[in-house]
Design a protein around this ligand. Structure first.
Ligand code: GPP
Ligand code: MG
Length: 287
């Protein structure tokens, strides 16, 4: 779909947002995400958790590369499954929001699990078009819809969502602005689930490895404390905090050894191992 300059101005408010949108609109031949997504047509833009099958590292096996792809994809889908476990009791009547929905993987998994209506928002028109094409392809476009909108200003009806999540997207936004919008959209008692990478307040300023990750993705990783301050300031009360760091390290180890490594693997491994960075799952209820 082509976007008019007027629509673009309504969604992208700052030079930074325009830079992020441009990154995702042009970063389209990302072999790792397309190769993994082609396994079962769930295209993710997040990382994985859990132990990998070490036999995939047998480089003498004829199907070594394909097995590695499947294994990395299995770990990424396991991460999304864990996120979805935390959305709370839902019926098919509920409406959900995927804030920063990428190519739609987590949204489709949410619909598959709960039968709910799911809306995804992204500031990348390319991603919105890709995800909507997937929805049409699987005849889900009446239930799972993607919109070219800004998660800081979604235009969605106040109190209309029973649950919403950000799967590794909050490093692109101001947390106070995002959580104010999420609190507005959620029904009272609704659930927010956040999976994120955050820097460790206890190890001082941002480490070199964290800075490398920021530069690689044009993002701005927040300190751990910033999440809890912004949640509290916006009526979102944490109910669980899970440190997924030990669970995600194997994913990065496998990815680093795979033919799909993109060059950012060592920065993640260093940051996690030196304790300057954590991979967290936070759930909070809207009061
Ligand atoms: C992965 O996207 C996630 C991000 C780019 C946000 C940054 C996340 C942090 C935890 C810091 P991707 O799947 O497009 O990345 P890649 O192409 O490297 O797999
Ligand atoms: Mg990826």
């Amino acid at each position: 779909m082509t976007t008019s300059p007027h629509q673009t101005r309504a969604v992208l408010h700052t030079d930074y947002q325009r830079a992020v949108a441009s990154y995702w609109d042009t970063h389209v031949n990302d072999d790792v995400n397309l190769a993994l997504g082609d396994v079962d047509e769930l295209y993710h833009h997040h990382y994985g958790i859990g132990a990998y099958d070490p036999t995939v590292l047998d480089t003498t096996a004829a199907d070594h590369q394909q097995r590695t792809i499947r294994e990395l994809h299995r770990l990424e889908s396991a991460q999304a499954d864990l996120l979805l476990d935390h959305l709370g009791p839902l019926t098919s009547e509920h409406r959900l929001l995927d804030a920063g929905s990428g190519r739609g993987g987590t949204s489709f998994m949410a619909h598959r699990r709960y039968g709910c209506h799911v809306d995804g928002v992204s500031i990348s028109q390319y991603q919105v078009d890709f995800a909507n094409a997937q929805a049409r392809r699987h005849a889900l476009d009446d239930k799972v819809r993607f919109h070219f909108r800004n998660m800081l200003d979604t235009g969605l009806e106040t109190g209309s969502r029973q649950a919403l999540w950000t799967n590794e997207t909050t490093m692109y936004v101001d947390l106070d602005q995002a959580f104010a919008e999420f609190a507005r959209i959620l029904a009272v008692g609704g659930r927010y689930v956040c999976v994120t990478g955050c820097s460790n307040d206890l190890t001082g300023g941002r480490s070199q490895a964290v800075s490398r990750i920021d530069t690689h993705y044009t993002c701005n990783i927040h300190p751990r404390s910033a999440y809890f301050k912004a949640l509290a300031a916006n009526g979102l009360v944490p109910i669980t905090v899970t440190d997924l760091t030990p669970l995600t390290i194997p994913y990065w180890e496998l990815r680093a050894r795979s033919h799909l490594a993109t060059g950012i693997e060592e920065a993640f491994l260093t940051a996690y191992r030196e304790n300057s960075f954590h991979y967290l799952l936070i759930t909070a209820d809207r009061t």
